[in-house]
Ligand binder design. Structure first.
Ligand SMILES: *Cc1c(COP(=O)(O)O)cnc(C)c1O
Length: 468
């Protein structure tokens, strides 16, 4: 064997101990590590001929790269929708690496990791109080989850017209109705050959809303004159966390022939709170649902699930079947994930989710979700009370969308955000909402406390005085 590998194999305990210590050190100091940095890699390294060995690689990493790592898993990283990692999720993630299973079939692969994934899907359905008639699986993120669900939706449209798009390609235009789609839904439509410009934009409801306007939806549906279509619903928009009226849309399902997809990447976690779960009432009638796990479930990247009603199983297999390889067996008989989603070989992605769900249960996730909602309310109350700032939308769940007051504020918002982020104590991201430059703060990290909110509001007040 190669001598570096030999040496590493012999010193494995020491290596893993060092990594564990380093990881603990990172987590212990998350609070003080900067949330962003202007430092960059000055020059990329070349491949060594004689390897450095794992300890050598660790040293090289620590010298050049570790100092560039920011506290994006920490309590004051409020940019995008960035979750943290629970202790149990970290444990599950480490073990997924150590066991290194290739998660595919329930039988016939020689390993049982697909059943662990299926059990995890069942736990998630219970967390979301969804019926068990969804067939789901893990993909890398909500983008791929949207892609997976919309791929089956595409096949469904074909089937309505007696066509098989998976085999023959997309031979007719597909109409997609939506009001405030996430950018990743457009990307998915582009990838799927549906084309993002085939979207029919439905109006948003009146009164500073991003949810779909039901009257206009009805009008647009009638214009299609019975043609089957896709409806992409929002289960939490990124700017203002608005939700389409799922109960009303569920009723439309009885009258019209369409595939209903809900992107509930983070908003689906409203299901964890008795106070907020009314926001997603009726979502159990959707054909497919996207939920991210690396956001509010607080498991490490890359983790999300798709949920597709089991009755569409055949369409799902038509879309993703890989069984032109004879050794893989009949796709409907022997369940194997590679016939149900984009990837073939895949890691045991479900394990971090399994660990965190078992570790904290329904109550743990209710607490996490409700805490984050309280943080958003606390931060929103500060914005509302301080004349320098202005809320761009009410705080509906866990995100605050705000700006600096007045026309002068609009001119200063970019510089203000830059100065706030440059403190390294908090990170928020810019947005544009209803033509106004704004700032978003999203709360999805279990480590965040009300002290963090207080700290950031003080920073913001000081910076506002300086940049004015
Ligand atoms: C984050 C997000 C996505 C994309 O998710 P990734 O995990 O980054 O792929 C899609 N839809 C919504 C509503 C989101 O919030």
């Amino acid at each position: 064997m190669n001598h570096q590998l030999d040496k590493d194999a012999a010193a494995l305990q020491q290596l893993l101990d060092s990594v564990k210590e380093q990881g603990l050190d990172y987590l212990r100091t998350l609070d003080t590590r900067p949330t962003s940095t202007n430092a960059r890699i000055s020059e990329y390294q070349h491949l060594p001929h004689h390897g450095l060995g794992a300890e050598g690689a660790l040293q090289a990493f620590n010298q050049r790269l570790e100092p560039l790592i920011v506290a994006s898993s920490g309590p004051r990283y409020w940019g995008f929708v960035t979750g943290g990692t629970t202790p149990a999720a970290i444990a599950g993630d480490w073990l997924a690496t150590l066991y290194d299973q290739n998660t595919q079939s329930v039988k016939g692969n020689g390993d049982n990791s697909a059943q662990i994934e299926m059990e995890t899907m069942q736990l998630l359905l219970e967390l979301f109080e969804l019926p068990q008639n969804y067939l789901g699986g893990f993909v890398t993120g909500a983008t791929m989850s949207n892609f997976t669900a919309l791929a089956v939706a595409r096949q469904w449209i074909g089937a309505q017209k007696g066509l098989d798009f998976a085999k023959d390609g997309v031979t007719t235009p597909i109409k997609v109705l939506t009001a405030t789609p996430h950018s990743s839904a457009l990307k998915s439509l582009a990838l799927l050959g549906i084309g993002s410009s085939n979207i029919v934009k439905v109006n948003v409801a009146e009164g500073n809303r991003e949810a779909i306007d039901l009257n206009d939806l009805n009008t647009q549906i009638n214009l299609l004159q019975g043609e089957p279509f896709l409806l992409i619903s929002s289960g939490g928009t990124v700017n203002t966390v608005d939700f389409d009226d799922f109960e009303a849309i569920a009723q439309l399902k009885a009258k019209h022939n369409f595939w209903w997809h809900i992107d509930a990447a983070f908003g689906g976690f409203a299901a964890c709170s008795p106070t907020y779960k009314h926001l997603i009432n009726g979502w159990d009638k959707a054909d497919s649902i996207t939920v991210d796990c690396h956001k509010w479930l607080n498991v490490p990247y890359e983790s999300a699930v798709f949920l597709i009603q089991e009755k569409h199983r055949n369409l799902q297999v038509e879309t993703f079947q890989n069984s032109n390889a004879p050794y893989l067996g009949d796709p409907l008989e022997n369940f194997t994930y590679l016939n149900f989603l984009p990837e073939n070989s895949r890691r045991l992605k479900a394990l971090p989710a399994w660990f965190t769900l078992m570790a904290y249960g329904k109550e743990g996730y209710r607490d996490m979700v409700e805490n984050n909602i309280r943080h958003a309310q606390q931060f929103g109350a500060f914005i509302k009370a301080d004349d320098s700032f202005e809320l761009l939308a009410p705080v509906r769940l866990n995100t605050v969308c705000f700006t600096l007051s007045g026309t002068e504020g609009q001119a200063n918002v970019t510089a203000f955000l830059q100065a706030v982020n440059d403190t390294g104590q908090v990170f928020m991201t810019p947005t544009v909402y209803q033509g106004k430059k704004g700032i978003r703060a999203a709360f999805v990290n279990w480590r965040t406390t009300s002290k963090d909110i207080e700290m950031v509001t003080e920073i913001m007040k000081n910076i506002f005085l300086k940049i004015r």
